[in-house]
Design a protein around this ligand. Structure first.
Ligand code: TRP
Ligand code: ZN
Length: 460
């Protein structure tokens, strides 16, 4: 009796209770190995010690997750770095590294607890020199070095260069990030700064920052900027916190535009629905730090002073992308189409350029017709012109189909409400729009969303 129990725990049980390994990827159409199967992360508690001069980090990731199957083993995504130890449910777990996969195999006692539906805790200790990744389109992401520190940008897959996780937009979680940096440098992240204290490590005085993100966040939106920053905390007229961190060299040129954050958030909330998060702001680095801005949650990142239009674009992503997050990277046009349309709306409202003119300009641009926005041909195309410009044209065609501005904006606000803090696919969107309008829009989707090439002039 006793023997039988031991045999059952130490090897695969034949009674049908043994778990199986979680998948090593979520089969995203563009990044098939991104993310992992078998569990759903609910919280990341990350502690990082960063030495910018030595370009080294040391981290502890405490990951709380719920099993979605009976698990015998599971993966986390991690690129580069050295894993020093791994524990699952408080007990040492065997681990293996292969490419960008970290496989954890808990002991038999813990495995018997990793039943579907159970919440479990994993602790990974790691260190090393974090990587900069080059995407299929040639852009740099992950951990980028800057003149006086670093910035972590994670779209689409770069977050795995600084913490292990379930690195796919479909698995959103809350975060605590505790970062220790040399005194004089600031560590800025998503969410709210809940503490800042002097700390000391053997190499000298340090400061420890604790950032808390209370709303679910996709890994690609997690950011961490370390360097010399002018920081400013203020509040919007509604009492929401605005936290900006600006490279001192860019401060003068950024001030006027950043002062418009409350106005922009309010202007967007009037069109897209209530602002989805508990704070806002921006991080402004230097023009050479990255080749692009990124809609980091709560606090978009800009390489140098943003224009008002770019600020409008990145802020609109708080609704489209950050709160309503693509189910897969194929649904990227739902981010960029809406964000581009937000720019068109702003131009119409503030600069008197009719949205129809922006539409015509996009329609005339051959780059926007390279492929259908809902089906980029390769991973190198997910940030290309059609995803932005033709994506925005789709939104405008819906507005024309609705033919009533009040109803159109109610439809948009209804969309952000329906999937607030969640995920949505293109199929979810087209079904939602057809239901909300009561119209069969098959021809619109065919021509504008899925069709190759420009629709004939008369269908405009
Ligand atoms: N999503 C960003 C935006 O629209 C842009 C962006 C992020 C990007 N990473 C990229 C563009 C890589 C091209 C390549 O603001
Ligand atoms: Zn964008």
């Amino acid at each position: 009796m006793v023997l039988a129990t031991v045999v059952c725990l130490a090897t695969a049980c034949s009674g049908g209770v043994e778990g199986t390994p979680g998948a090593a990827g979520l089969r995203d159409p563009y990044f098939p190995k991104a993310g992992n199967g078998g569990y759903d992360v609910t919280h990341y508690d990350l502690t990082l010690d960063v030495d910018p001069a030595a370009h080294r980090i040391r981290g502890t990731a405490v990951i709380t997750a719920r099993a979605t199957q009976d698990l015998s083993a599971f993966n986390l995504d991690l690129a580069g770095l050295t894993v020093e130890s791994a524990r699952v449910e408080g007990r040492p777990a065997a681990f293996n590294r292969a490419a960008r996969e970290l496989t954890l195999r808990p002991d038999a006692e813990v495995e018997s607890r990793l039943r579907r539906g159970r919440t479990f805790r994993t602790v990974v200790r790691y260190s090393g020199s974090p990587l900069t990744l080059t995407d299929p389109d040639g852009s740099k992401e992950g951990w980028l070095r800057t003149a006086d520190g670093s910035v972590a940008l994670g779209e689409p897959v770069g977050s795995m260069t600084w913490f292990p996780g379930n690195n796919h937009p479909s698995d959103k979680a809350t975060y605590d990030l505790t970062v220790t940096v040399p005194q004089g440098l600031t560590a800025v992240s998503n969410g709210e700064l809940t503490s800042r204290r002097a700390s000391g490590r053997t190499s000298g005085p340090t400061t420890t920052y604790h950032w808390h993100t209370a709303e679910p966040m996709a890994t690609y939106l997690a950011t961490l900027a370390i360097g010399r920053f002018d920081t400013k905390a203020s509040t919007t007229p509604d009492g929401m916190e605005v936290f900006t961190a600006v490279d001192p060299k860019e401060a003068a040129a950024s001030a006027r535009t950043l002062a418009r954050i409350p106005e922009i958030v309010q202007w967007e909330a009037a069109r897209f629905g209530p602002y989805p998060f508990s704070s806002t702001g921006a991080i402004v680095g230097r023009p050479r730090d990255s080749g692009y801005a990124l809609e980091a949650q709560d606090r978009p990142y800009f390489p140098g002073p943003p224009t008002a239009g770019l600020l409008v674009h990145e802020m609109s992503h708080q609704w489209f992308g950050d709160s309503v997050t693509p189910a897969s990277w194929r649904d990227m046009w739902l981010n960029e189409g809406f964000a581009t349309y937000a720019e068109w709306l702003w131009k119409a409202d503030k600069e008197g350029v009719p949205v129809g003119d922006s539409f015509d300009e996009a329609f005339a641009d051959d780059d926007n017709w390279a492929f259908p926005p809902a089906d980029p041909p390769t991973a190198a195309d997910i940030s290309q012109a059609p995803v932005y410009g033709r994506g925005a044209m789709v939104i405008h065609k819906i507005r024309q189909a609705v033919d009533d501005d009040r109803r159109f904006f109610a439809l948009v606000a209804g969309w952000t409400k329906a999937h607030r803090h969640g995920n949505a696919s293109t199929a979810d969107f087209t079904a939602y729009v057809e239901k909300a309008t009561g119209q069969d829009l098959t021809d619109l989707w065919k021509a504008w969303l899925y069709g190759e090439g420009r629709p004939a002039a008369e269908t405009r």
